[in-house]
Ligand binder design. Structure first.
Ligand code: P6P
Length: 343
C-alpha cells in the first residue's frame, strides 16, 4: 500500500481524540509537539556522521554518563518544543538533574500534563551508526492547577501514565505509542515530513524466539537469570531461541515486539538495582509492552505498579512475550533469588 493512501499520524490523533472523554485536544497537541521535535532530531541523527555532532561534549550527566553532543541537542529540542506550546507544566529528563518547571504565557501554572523522557536513549551507539531512540511518558499532574509542578507529579506509578511511546531513529524513523487503547506504529516519510500508520494495533507474536541481554554481565547475574539463559541455549526442537542485543533499549524492545522475544537488564552485583531508569525508560516501555499483550516486571513485581521514590531511580527490567517473561520469573522464583531491586 503506498504511503499516500495510509492514514497520517495527524489524522490518527484527531480520530482517536474522541476516545478521550471530555478531551480538550491538549493531549493531541502534546503528542503533535513530540512529533515535531522527533522530526527535527531525526534530521540531525541521520546526518550525525556528516556534521560535527557526534562525539562527546566533555560533560558527565546526572547518571555519571558522558554526554554525547546529540544527547544534549535532542534534550534541548524536546524541551524547547514542549516549553513553547503551553501544554505541559513540567518536564523531567535523563539529561537534567532536576525537573523543569514550566510557566504558561500568563505566568500561571495551569497546564495539566507532565512529560518524562530519555531524549536520546542508546547514545553510546551514535558514533558507530547503530539505531538510537527517544522514550517519553506522559501523566496528568496530581498537584493543584495554578500551583507550580511538584516532585509528586513526576513520582507517579506507571499505571497512571496517560500516554507513552518511543521514537526509533533507525533505517527509518518510527514513532510507536499508546494512550491505553492499543499500540500503533507510524513511519516517517522524510520526503514529505509526515508520519504514516505503518504498524496498526501492534501485538507480540504468540511465542517469543529471541532473548536480549548483555551476556557480558553473565557472571554477575542472579542464579535464576543464569538458569533462564541456559534454558534458552539448550537444544530444543520446537523453540530454537536466538540471542539478539544491540545495547539500545528502544531498538532491542522494538525488534522483540515485532518478532517476539524477551529483553532483560537484570540486577548485577555491580548494579543491584539494575541499570535502566524506572520513570523514563522502563515505565513507558512497560506500558507499550502490556498494551501489546506482553509482560513487564522487575522480576518480582509488575513494573507499572512500582511506586517511584526518586526521579532517576533504576530498576531491574524484564519485558516481552508473556510466555518468555513468565518462564524467567519461574526461574528466578525457583532459584530463590532475593528481590534485591526492591528491598
Ligand atoms: P549495556 C543505553 O545506554 C542503555 O541505557 C539502553 O539503551 C540499553 O538497553 C542499555 O543501556 C545497554 O547497557 O550495559 O548493555 O551497555
Amino acid at each position: 500500500m503506498k504511503s499516500n493512501t495510509r492514514k497520517t499520524l495527524d489524522e490518527f490523533i484527531i480520530e482517536k481524540q474522541e476516545d478521550f472523554q471530555y478531551s480538550t485536544g491538549e493531549l493531541s497537541r502534546l503528542l503533535n509537539s513530540i512529533l515535531l521535535a522527533a522530526r527535527v532530531v531525526s534530521y540531525k541523527v541521520n546526518k550525525a556522521g556528516l556534521v560535527d555532532i557526534t562525539g562527546s561534549v566533555g560533560v558527565v550527566n546526572v547518571q555519571g554518563e558522558e554526554q554525547k553532543k546529540l544527547d544534549v541537542y535532542a534534550n534541548d529540542v524536546f524541551i524547547q518544543t514542549l516549553v513553547n506550546r503551553e501544554i505541559v507544566c513540567g518536564i523531567a529528563s535523563e539529561e537534567n538533574d532536576n525537573f523543569i518547571t514550566i510557566q504558561g504565557f500568563d505566568n500561571g501554572h495551569n497546564n495539566k500534563y507532565v512529560v518524562l523522557m530519555d531524549p536520546l536513549d542508546g547514545s553510546s551507539n551514535i558514533d558507530v551508526n547503530v539505531s538510537v531512540g527517544t522514550v517519553f511518558s506522559i501523566y496528568h499532574r496530581v498537584s493543584p492547577l495554578g500551583s507550580p509542578v511538584t516532585m509528586e507529579d513526576f513520582l507517579q506509578p506507571g499505571i497512571n501514565q496517560v500516554a507513552a511511546g518511543y521514537i526509533l531513529y533507525g533505517t527509518s524513523t518510527m514513532i510507536v505509542y499508546t494512550t491505553g487503547k492499543g499500540v500503533n506504529g507510524f513511519t516517517l516519510n522524510p520526503a514529505i515530513g509526515s508520519f504514516y500508520l505503518s504498524h496498526p494495533n501492534m501485538k507480540y507474536p504468540e511465542r517469543g524466539s529471541i532473548y536480549s541481554v548483555n551476556e557480558g554481565n553473565y557472571v554477575h547475574f542472579p542464579q535464576g537469570v543464569k538458569n533462564f539463559i541456559k534454558y534458552c541455549q539448550e537444544e530444543k526442537d520446537d523453540r530454537p531461541y536466538s540471542s539478539r542485543y544491540i545495547g539500545s533499549l528502544v531498538s532491542d524492545c522494538h525488534r522483540n515486539l515485532i518478532k517476539g522475544g524477551i529483553f532483560f537488564y537484570p540486577p548485577t552485583t555491580k548494579a543491584p538495582k539494575g541499570k535502566l531508569r524506572l520513570l523514563y525508560e522502563c515505565n513507558p516501555m512497560a506500558f507499550i509492552t502490556e498494551q501489546a499483550g506482553g509482560i513487564a516486571t522487575d522480576g518480582f513485581k509488575r513494573t507499572l505498579e512500582i511506586q517511584p521514590t526518586e526521579l532517576h531511580e533504576r530498576t531491574a527490567f524484564y519485558c516481552g512475550n508473556s510466555d518468555m517473561v513468565k518462564k524467567m520469573m519461574e526461574s528466578i522464583e525457583k532459584a530463590g533469588d532475593g528481590n534485591t531491586a526492591r528491598e
